[in-house]
Design a protein around this ligand. Structure first.
Ligand SMILES: Cc1ncc(COP(=O)(O)O)c(C=O)c1O
Length: 379
């Protein structure tokens, strides 16, 4: 069966492991297994003693309790640990939808959040709820969602903090969004992969799972906690019937979480606030550098500083970011990503601020820009 090309993952598969200076990653700086266990009080010897058996399909009670404890109204029974975070999008789409169901997706978005739901419901059944540009910030209009919703709307898909814009709604907005979902007896799929990555000047928002039992929340350790190599993700699903459906689909995909991942995820969740706070500080420093950079190049870039998450959507005054990206990667070893892949357009790029290598990559990019400016262009 055909499915749309997953452009972001194809792009990273092609360039991530052979391009030294990267400006577009969404994950945050990682740690070694030893560093994690030293910080969290485990040991590699103990990890070595773990037997490589099948594990509990929903995840071990210890791991599900640790995830539930990050919330105020979630219990271990509401948690389904996944084989990978992205699996949660596949499972939710298949468990919640029938072909022909109406879905509304906040866009631009990480590819799977539109394409997987289009694959299951049908391309012409997925409407876009567009985040819009205001001077210096991004906005999402709840009234626009109300207008898009019909009695057929089964599911609304959102992502807060938002990849790529770094938008985060207010707590009141989240409450009103959940009320609208409940009024319409729809479901909310809230991707919270970047949960808690909130810059100090911004108000944090509660998880949608703590506001409404019609919210199905995806989260995991890849972004906020800098552990993408663990492949640890989970869904919070309070409705028992939906959870059963999701489990049934999961028996066809990953069945149960891997033993080493569960062991290390339990360790990581003992120190999740430390891991998160380090990444908030790292992103804050990189955002300051980026802001100074964009101040130096005002005619070429349109910068809206993200208030949360690890990424930004930046206007770049060239005819095609994709063309510049291909040239920069092959000729200069610098990686930028066109936002066309997220359903934005090819005159924007997605930038990422979570890595320690960001300052050096930015410096390389700036040297290249200076050379272009010397010859009268910007790309
Ligand atoms: C919004 C969003 N959801 C889900 C995922 C999937 O996470 P993972 O790659 O760890 O499976 C990503 C990864 O980039 C993402 O940005």
């Amino acid at each position: 069966m055909k499915i749309a090309t997953f452009e972001t993952e194809h792009f990273f598969a092609r360039y991530e492991f052979n391009t030294p200076y990267q400006l577009c990653n969404s994950d945050c700086e990682s740690v070694s297994i030893k560093e994690l266990l030293d910080l969290a009080g485990g040991s590699t010897d103990q990890l070595g003693e773990e037997r490589l058996v099948y594990t509990e399909p929903r995840g071990s009670a210890g791991l599900r309790n640790a995830i539930a404890a990050m919330h105020s109204t979630v219990s271990a029974d509401d948690v389904v640990v996944l084989g990978t975070p992205v699996e949660g999008i596949f499972l939710a789409a298949n468990a919640l939808l029938e072909p022909g169901d109406e879905v509304i997706v906040m866009t631009p978005a990480y590819d799977a959040l539109t394409k997987m739901f289009e694959h299951v419901a049908g391309e012409n059944r997925v409407k876009r709820w567009e985040i819009t540009a205001a001077p210096g910030s991004w906005q999402l209009d709840l009234e626009a969602l109300r207008t898009l919703m019909t009695t057929d709307t089964r599911l609304v898909v959102v992502n807060f903090p938002h990849n790529p814009t770094g938008y985060l709604p207010s707590p009141d907005f989240m409450t009103a969004l959940c009320a609208l979902i409940e009024e319409n007896e729809a479901w909310l799929f809230c991707d919270e992969m970047y949960f808690g990555l909130v810059q100090p000047a911004t108000n944090p928002v509660p998880s949608a799972a703590d506001i409404s039992s019609r919210a199905i929340v995806l989260s995991g350790l890849s972004k906020t906690y800098g552990l993408p190599g663990l492949r640890c993700g989970w869904l919070v699903v309070k409705d028992p019937t939906v959870q059963q459906n999701i489990m049934n689909w999961k028996y066809y995909t990953s069945i149960c979480p891997p033993v080493p991942t569960e062991y290390l995820a339990v360790a990581a969740l003992r120190v999740w606030e430390i891991l998160r706070d380090r990444n908030i500080a790292r992103i804050g420093n990189n955002l300051d550098l980026a802001e100074a950079f964009f101040d130096r190049w005002p005619e070429w870039f349109n910068w809206r500083r993200p208030v949360a998450g690890s990424t930004a959507l930046v206007g770049y005054n060239v005819p095609s970011v994709e063309a510049v990206s291909a040239k920069l990667a092959t000729e200069e070893g610098i990686l930028i990503q066109s936002a066309r892949m997220f359903g934005s357009n090819d005159r924007h790029m997605r930038m990422g601020f979570g890595r320690d290598s960001f300052p050096e990559a930015l410096e390389k990019f700036e040297h290249w820009l200076e050379r272009q400016a010397g010859s009268g262009g910007c790309g």
